[in-house]
Ligand binder design. Structure first.
Ligand SMILES: [Zn+2]
Length: 216
């Protein structure tokens, strides 16, 4: 389907194809519809069937999982009768106390602060746009989301945990805590939340249609 319109409109409403740079003006899409480039057929914009409700639900789920992943024990280690239980924040604190302050800061930023900021700012913008709330700084928040996303490195942290899990397997008994399962679910849900978020649609509804986020 091609919903591109001729270039006769307000220049603010122009959107550039990310493949061939052809400019289009795209009207507001109905749920479940997509707009494709009239030259090369590349997907310009997609309005998911669930509208903004789907990314809102996914971001609320991600926020709950983030709280669970930090509120419960991540892992319990048993060596020679001694038992040590840790949380993500506890692991970061242990790194700090072991003289690895920069690593502790990186862990806390990429596993807690970065993902929390992405989820909270996404929810702020999504709820503001969905319910037409007169919230301040909606546009600034929307542009921050793309800058904040690279700071969420949940999968890298999980990979590190799995590597240490395999290395320690012969030396100690390890019991996975509820936070580990919450963290694994959080990786999947936050990836789904990110892919469900269509910045173009949000820019369009905020009155600054898609050109900005698509610009190369
Ligand atoms: Zn194109």
């Amino acid at each position: 389907m091609n919903q591109s319109a001729p270039l006769d409109a307000n220049p603010l409403e122009l959107i550039a194809c990310h493949e061939c740079d052809t400019l289009h003006r795209i009207p507001e899409l109905a749920p479940g519809r997509s707009a494709h480039c009239s030259c090369c057929g590349a997907l310009l914009l997609h309005n998911p069937k669930g509208g903004l409700d789907r990314p809102i639900a996914l971001n609320i789920a991600a926020l709950l999982l983030l709280v669970l992943a930090n509120a419960f024990p991540f892992m319990t280690l048993q060596i020679s009768g001694r038992e040590q239980t840790t949380t993500i924040i506890g692991a970061s604190q242990a790194l700090y106390e072991a003289g690895m302050a920069p690593l502790a800061v990186v862990v806390i930023i990429t596993t807690l602060i970065g993902p929390a900021l992405v989820v909270i700012s996404s929810l702020y913008v999504l709820l503001g746009v969905r319910f037409r709330l007169p919230l301040p700084m909606l546009r600034s928040m929307l542009s921050w989301i793309s800058h904040l996303q690279p700071w969420g490195m949940l999968d890298v942290f999980m990979l590190g945990v799995l590597v240490s899990f395999v290395k320690l397997a012969g030396m100690a008994d390890m019991v996975m805590g509820p936070a580990l399962y919450a963290f694994a679910a959080l990786i999947v849900i936050s990836a789904a939340a990110m892919s469900a978020l269509e910045p173009h649609l949000l820019w369009q509804r905020l009155g600054l249609p898609g050109g900005q986020p698509h610009a190369r």
